[in-house]
Write a protein that binds this ligand. Structure first.
Ligand SMILES: [Zn+2]
Length: 181
């Protein structure tokens, strides 16, 4: 549950802590704005993760490339963002693209680490579609690194989670990696 009052107090204190005047014109409404934004995130997160949409006989690899996502590094509370590539080999159940996008959004809009986000997306697909296998790859830029000059903006962090046949069968895995480039 989002506690607006707590967020507002914390943001005011944070602004004071970095030497800003929380009462100046541009910052006056900031604590309330931040609280409202987290309320919006909370709504987007409460999406029902049930994924299955239709039963079909299709049993080739389903691949969705380049799903944009925006998340927040839990170590620095700065954004990390980039692209998610998702693939699965169905076992009777497939799901629509819009649902996949909403799952990615729901799992991104909270303090996260990229490795866990990758695993959580694979977990939901595995649980809801019961496919023969799942592959998830995320490539992202982390502002906590780029802004501090610890890495250049074109330096991307890549993580992957492979399940089922994507782990066991080298050909499936290679096909997936080739398709996402
Ligand atoms: Zn960080």
């Amino acid at each position: 549950m989002i506690d607006r009052e707590k967020i507002e107090r914390a943001v005011r204190l944070f602004l004071e802590g970095i030497g800003e005047d929380p009462n100046r014109e541009g910052l006056k409404e900031t604590p309330a704005r931040v609280a409202r934004m987290w309320e919006e995130f909370e709504k987007m997160r409460s999406f029902d993760m049930k994924l299955f949409e239709e039963f079909g006989s299709y049993n080739e690899m389903v691949l969705v490339k380049d799903i944009r996502f925006y998340s927040l590094c839990e170590h620095h509370l700065l954004p990390f963002f980039g692209k998610v590539h998702v693939a699965y080999i169905p076992d009777g159940v497939i799901c629509g693209l819009s649902k996949l996008i909403r799952v990615v959004k729901a799992l991104s809009l909270k303090p996260q680490v990229q490795e866990r986000l990758t695993e959580e997306i694979a977990d939901v697909l595995e649980r809801e579609l019961k496919p023969k296998g799942v592959g998830v790859v995320i490539s992202a830029e982390h502002l906590c690194m780029s802004m501090r000059g610890a890495s250049s903006p074109d330096h991307l962090t890549v993580t992957s989670a492979l399940r089922g046949i994507f782990l066991k069968d080298m050909r499936t895995r290679e096909e997936f990696l080739k398709l996402i480039g």
